[in-house]
Design a protein around this ligand. Structure first.
Ligand code: ZNH
Length: 141
């Protein structure tokens, strides 16, 4: 599904974030909470005002997991196996929400990267996030 070219583009674009990972993650989450308010119900224990320490901390974790996924892009199931267990068995996040977070991450990336977020990169990131989402959803029953 992800072509060699897609993989190259994703690695390149991730390399351009240069330390802004936590900020990107926090922005993606904040956008998700605004645009898809039901997603807030999974985080009753968080302070959800934009830029809160918890949003920043969680954004950092999510982006770190995506970085791990990018490093293991040919072996996503294995690389995300624990995270997949967590989402399927413990958190029980409805998989529709993965799409919402993906959308919001893409807007966060696009606003930061401007022209570098080309249609080709957009398409590659979209495919990558779908692949991550299917791994996170693969253990639901
Ligand atoms: Zn999730 C958690 C990732 C999606 C909800 N996550 C988490 C973590 C991580 C993640 C890394 C941490 C873990 C530990 O700590 O160990 N996610 C992720 C990713 C994605 C996601 C990569 C995609 C792409 N999630 C999601 C969604 C939701 C969620 C969509 C809803 C809406 N998560 C969650 C929760 C949690 C998590 C709730 C827990 C938090 C706390 O801290 O408590």
């Amino acid at each position: 599904m992800l072509t060699a070219e897609d993989k190259k583009l994703i690695q390149q674009i991730w390399g351009k974030l240069g330390g802004a990972e936590e900020e990107i993650g926090a922005e993606a989450l904040t956008r998700m909470f605004y645009s898809y308010p039901p997603t807030k119900t999974y985080f009753p224990h968080f302070d959800l005002s934009s830029g809160s320490d918890q949003i920043r901390g969680h954004g950092k974790k999510v982006v770190a997991a995506l970085s791990t996924a990018i490093k293991n892009i040919d072996n996503l199931s294995q690389a995300l196996s624990e995270l997949s267990n967590l989402h399927a068995y413990n958190l029980r996040v409805d998989p529709v929400n993965f799409k919402f977070l993906s959308q919001c991450l893409q807007v966060a990336l696009a606003t930061r990267l401007g022209k570098d977020y080309s249609p080709e990169v957009h398409s590659a990131v979209d495919k990558f996030m779908s692949a991550v989402a299917s791994v996170l959803a693969e253990k639901y029953r």
